[in-house]
Ligand binder design. Structure first.
Ligand code: NAD
Length: 370
């Protein structure tokens, strides 16, 4: 039986509460003999600052480098608002992304039929929606140099950010997009602004070449990012995998997120290079939401985003597609049975706790696996 080594970083606020529900699934998979997971836990964010005065220690970074996957909760909270900038809670997450070279950010937008009315769009537009926004995460205008504000001396200042992409950066994210599409609906839509940006011209050229060279079996189209954003809210089901740069991806993934209803439902994965020796990819899985200080400690957070993130680890790090499908089906089923945490309950609807939701999902998986 395959065995995998996980690093769990629960973090702050509701992080540890939702991570507890992932541990239930790990225990279940181990008990059923489906896989052999071992895990270590580490501190990150404010919790790490309180203990070590940094947001992640070198020792934890070394464990993250060695792990088959990092499962991350959430970081931050008002009690750390005044800590020095370089050791603020988010710095721990940024260091993980940077040092592990996590250049591909996968954000699925899935609308469960039972929750289609929670979307800001009409039910018929989003019911059954299952798309993937793939964002380039380590390049582009957020990191390009020069990045400056210069005093022009005449009462004016000039701010410069630099959008920069090399061929290899576009090609490697494109390859992830086409490979993902082959496992899903077999369609890739690339979004950029080739009409006004040189980086958009190169982006489109590299994607088009890559498609022609290696992925002719996958349907491919390019859209300008602005009209692509419009299409995302007009007719989101036309998409399968949308691949785009860091800046546009930041915006388009948030737009896609709102198609699905609550923050408590949104999973994500960040992937790095494949190690040619081990054929393993560096990877971190985390819910999109933050540490939700307003509800932390109350046992009412929705664990679905965290559980679905673990499901993505099964699919993308461990090749356990069948088990990942089981996790998704279990989530869909408990929702169809009417289970709701407070964030996804309609007015007057009964709610369950974090632990009850996690338990119900684990029980569905256990039944499916027996
Ligand atoms: P947030 O995502 O923590 O919360 C926004 C709202 O959504 C809150 O009302 C919260 O109660 C609700 N919510 C979020 N997740 C939920 C869940 N699983 N179940 C039920 N309700 C949920 O965002 P915020 O309030 O802007 O930020 C709070 C803290 O989290 C800040 O310190 C921020 O910096 C940090 N943050 C961290 C991450 C991360 O760790 N990746 C991401 C975003 C924000």
């Amino acid at each position: 039986m395959a065995s995998y080594n996980l690093l769990l970083l629960p973090g702050d606020g509701i992080g540890p509460e939702v991570m507890a529900e992932v541990k239930k699934l790990i225990d279940l998979f181990n008990k059923k003999g489906i896989a052999k997971f071992s895990y270590e836990e580490g501190l990150v964010g404010g919790a790490c600052y309180d203990a070590h005065k940094v947001s992640i220690t070198d020792a934890t970074m070394a464990k993250a480098e060695a792990a088959d996957a990092v499962i991350f909760g959430a970081v931050g909270g008002p009690q750390w608002d005044k800590v020095p900038y370089e050791v603020r809670p988010e710095a721990g997450l940024l260091r993980l992304r940077k040092d592990l070279g996590l250049y591909a950010n996968l954000r699925p937008a899935v609308t469960y039929p039972a929750l289609a009315d929670a979307s800001s769009l009409k039910r018929e537009l989003v019911e059954g929606l299952d798309i993937m926004i793939l964002r380039e995460l380590t390049g582009g205008v957020y990191f390009g140099e020069p990045k400056t504000i210069t005093d022009l001396g005449n009462g004016q200042k000039r701010a410069v950010d630099t959008q920069v992409y090399d061929t290899y950066e576009i090609e490697r994210i494109g390859r992830v997009a086409f490979e993902l599409a082959r496992q899903r609906g077999n369609k890739v839509t690339s979004m950029e602004k080739r009409n006004v940006m040189k980086s958009g011209v190169l982006w489109n050229e590299v994607m088009t070449d890559l498609h022609a060279r290696e992925f002719k079996d996958v349907q491919f189209e390019s859209q300008l990012a602005d009209s692509g954003g419009m299409q995302l809210v007009k007719n989101p089901k036309q998409f399968d995998v949308v691949v785009t740069d860091n800046l546009f991806g930041d915006m388009l993934s948030d737009i896609a997120a709102m198609l699905t209803g609550s923050l408590g439902m949104l999973a994500s994965a960040s992937l790095g290079e494949v190690n040619p020796k081990t054929q393993k990819r560096k990877a971190l899985y985390e819910p999109v939401h933050g540490s939700a200080p307003d509800i932390a400690g109350k046992g009412i957070a929705n664990p679905i985003a965290m559980i679905a993130s673990f499901g993505m680890a099964l699919r993308y790090s461990f090749g356990m597609g069948k088990e990942a499908d089981m996790v998704d089906a279990a989530i869909s089923s408990v929702l169809a049975h009417g289970l709701r945490t407070g964030d996804i309950a309609a007015k007057g609807e009964a709610t369950v706790s974090t632990a009850e939701m996690g338990q119900a999902i684990a029980e569905e998986i256990e039944t499916a696996a027996s």
